[in-house]
Every structure is written in C-alpha cells, then in structure tokens.
Design a protein around this ligand. Structure first.
Ligand SMILES: N[C@@H](CCC(=O)N[C@@H](CS)C(=O)NCC(=O)O)C(=O)O
Length: 205
C-alpha cells in the first residue's frame, strides 16, 4: 500500500500512526504541501480534493484520513477497530466529532498561534484567537468530562478514536491551546505520547 503523506499534517499523522501501530508495510510518498504538490495533476488523479493523506492499494484509491484509518484497521486482527457493532459505532461517533467539531475548534488556534509564526505570515489576529479560545473550551469541556471517567475514549481501550482525537493536539503546546483546566485531556494525551507509533510520527521541528 502506498501512503501519500505530509508528515507535519495532523491528518497524515493519525493515519500513519495507525499503520505503524498495526505494523502494516507501507510505501511512503511525500506530497509537499508547501510546494503545492497536492495540486499536481498526478496527485489530483489520486485525490481530486487535493488533500493529504491519500492511499493507493493496487487499483483502489482512498482519501479522507478516517476512511484510511478504518481501511488500515481492517487489514489485520486488532483491538483498534472492534468487530462489536456498538463499540464500532462509538468509535465512529468520536471520529465524527473529531472531524465535525474538534479539529475545526483546534485549527484556528493552530493557525494563528503556530502556523503563522512558522511561515512568517505575521502576528496572530487577536480577535480570531479570542473567538477560537471560546470555541475550543466548548468542545474541550465535553472531552475532559468524558476522559475523567475513562482511560481511553471508547471501551477503556486504545482505539482508532484516540488516534483521531489526539491528532488535533499535535501542536497544542506551541500553539498555546488553553489546556490548563483540562487535566484529564492532558493525562490521556500523555498516554498517547507513550505509544511508539505516536512518538515515531511526531513532526520534526
Ligand atoms: N478531512 C480531510 C482533511 C485533509 C486535509 O485538510 N489535509 C490538509 C493537511 S492537514 C491538506 O492536505 N491541505 C492541503 C490543501 O488544502 O491544499 C482528512 O481527514 O483527510
């Protein structure tokens, strides 16, 4: 299987980390987003939305990180993607929340406080940051309350849901995510950081 990826991207990270955790052999192909390679005709033929990650398995092409994670977890027996219908629905619930609410709440902070600095795009827009912080708290409260009662998001076991939700926190420290009041999120993320697959996919400065 070939994974078209951009290592600094949290969406790449969640898919790549799952493949490493499951010890799936992958051929890695860099798509340099900073050089616009996602808009090349070759890449658009694979993913017409022009985003990473994307997967090619023989003549089967797949894009969207969550679909790729689920496809990876369908390749070998594992506990990340349970066969139990209710547990699986719970995993999909958290993955859906991550895509619809959590990542959109984290991204403005990541952009204003971190990406702008790295790419020298100017100072953070404080009005955007203020709004983003409010939006972040709304989602973080729900996540922290859940993690107060659970070691991992679903079934107290590491699942795809943890990889999805953790990916959005990749730049939490340099992007100054307001996590001080969320001890359970910090403890759970600490558990994710113990995983060799998470360590191996830490973006290099
Ligand atoms: N919902 C998509 C989001 C993918 C995405 O936005 N990828 C970003 C990198 S984190 C990207 O490739 N951006 C390039 C662009 O928009 O030009 C997924 O989960 O795969």
């Amino acid at each position: 299987m070939k994974l078209y990826y951009f290592p600094p991207s949290p969406n790449t990270r969640k898919a790549h980390a799952v493949a490493i955790h499951l010890e799936l052999p992958l051929e890695l192909h860099l798509v340099n987003l900073q050089q616009g390679e996602q808009r090349s005709p070759e890449f658009l033929a694979l993913n017409p939305t022009g985003r990473t990650p994307a997967l090619q398995d023989g003549d089967f092409a797949l894009w969207e990180s969550t679909a790729i994670m689920q496809y990876f977890a369908s390749q070998v027996p594992n506990s990340l993607w349970s066969e139990d219908a209710k547990i699986r629905a719970d995993i999909v619930r958290w993955q859906s929340w991550e895509l619809a609410h959590w990542t959109p709440a984290c991204q403005p902070l990541q952009y204003e406080n971190f990406v702008k600095q790295v790419l020298q795009l100017g100072d953070p827009d404080l009005a955007v940051v203020h709004q983003a912080v409010e939006r972040f708290h709304k989602e973080a409260i729900a996540l922290d309350n859940h993690l107060a009662e659970h070691k991992f998001l679903v079934n107290d076991t590491l699942t795809l849901a943890d990889f999805s939700v953790a990916s959005a926190l990749t730049y939490a420290v340099p992007a100054h995510f307001p996590l001080d009041h969320y001890p359970h999120i910090r403890a759970w993320y600490g558990r994710m950081e113990q995983l060799p697959a998470w360590q191996k996919t830490t973006p290099q400065g």
